[in-house]
Ligand binder design. Structure first.
Ligand code: SF4
Length: 319
């Protein structure tokens, strides 16, 4: 898959609310292959690195922000189709994004926090969200399927250190998956670790959208168990993610269809949200969606009890 679009939004991102979304990759590039990944199959490479095309990204961002402004945006989020720290140009990209004067956030799987250079780089972001699903190596190997040697204890140790030294906001994102990390004793271990890390916020997430490995939400009672245990020592700092990123109304968007295809590539979207999006631009929802399917731009994917609109390039990789 080649993606030539590097900026979109604003979207209502469940953790950060109103953000512009920056994708610095043309190809999915990740050192994990999570079962619950929305991006479908990721080709295995023993040392994936992707050097982003900075001048193209900067040109697009400048043009986009020039047209649509930044006034109502809470932050700029670097969350590409893969793991952002695998981009050697990330320090330069961060410097560029910071020049706009709004908080710059990043979403990382945390695997590279153990590297001094990445640890220091992440400290320069205003908000860092780190994936933190388990402390068990066998679960990481089965659920996240890293293609590097990982030591979860070392990642945990570095997260504790990071929290102590970092002046920005640290969020943890816990993806709970049926049969992998929803056993009580493992949850208790995870809760104790979160308590020690003491992040600004914890987001409890579940794979309720179509994904690569057929990962399913955890068994009944898991979310309420972890939520009630966590809120005892960090009240008002635990949130359950129960909706997908939604596009905001932005009447200024010149090409709402191109924007829609970009958003359906980087995020799953329900059919209902897609209809709402088309209505915002005065388009007939059903006709527009049918036309996009006919043109081969998007597909409808059924998952659990809902239907999702997903860019064709992604939908093909989910099966
Ligand atoms: S969910 Fe994130 S970390 Fe996992 S494979 Fe997909 S892009 Fe990589």
């Amino acid at each position: 898959m080649i993606l030539n679009r590097f900026v979109g939004g604003p979207i209502n991102e469940p953790r950060l609310k109103k953000v512009y979304l920056i994708n610095n990759f043309e190809y999915t590039t990740c050192n994990y292959m999570c079962k619950y990944c929305f991006l479908g199959k990721i080709s295995r490479d023993s040392c994936p690195v992707y050097q982003s095309r900075l001048s193209r990204i900067e040109r697009q961002v400048e043009e986009y922000i020039g047209k649509y402004g930044l006034r109502s945006v809470k932050s700029i989020l670097i969350s590409p189709i893969g793991e952002p720290t695998l981009d050697p140009n990330l320090p330069t990209l961060l410097k560029y994004m910071k020049s706009y004067g709004v908080p710059v956030a990043i979403y990382t799987n945390g695997s590279r926090l153990v590297e001094d250079r990445i640890f220091k780089l992440l400290k320069q972001f205003d908000i860092v969200t780190v994936k933190f699903d388990t402390l068990r190596i066998d679960v990481i190997e089965n659920l996240n399927k890293p293609n590097i040697k990982l030591d979860p204890e070392k990642i945990y140790y570095n997260l504790v250190k990071f929290r102590r030294e970092y002046r920005g906001k640290l969020y943890l994102d816990v993806m709970l998956v049926d049969g992998y990390n929803d056993y009580r004793e493992d949850l208790d271990e995870l809760i104790a670790a979160i308590k020690t890390i003491n992040p600004n916020k914890v987001f409890l997430n579940t794979p309720y959208y179509p994904n690569r490995g057929g990962a399913r939400p955890p068994r009944n009672g898991t979310i309420s168990y972890i939520y009630s245990r966590l809120t005892k020592f960090m009240p008002n700092r635990v949130e359950i993610i129960d909706y997908l990123p939604e596009p905001y109304s932005n009447k200024k968007i010149e090409d709402p269809i191109e924007e829609f295809i970009y958003l359906s590539t980087v995020n799953p979207m329900t059919v209902e949200d897609a209809y709402e999006y088309f209505k915002m631009f005065g388009l007939d929802p059903e006709e527009t969606l049918e036309e996009l399917i006919r043109l081969g731009d998007v597909e409808i994917v059924k998952w659990l009890d809902r239907e999702y609109v997903i860019a064709n390039v992604i939908a093909r990789r989910l099966t």
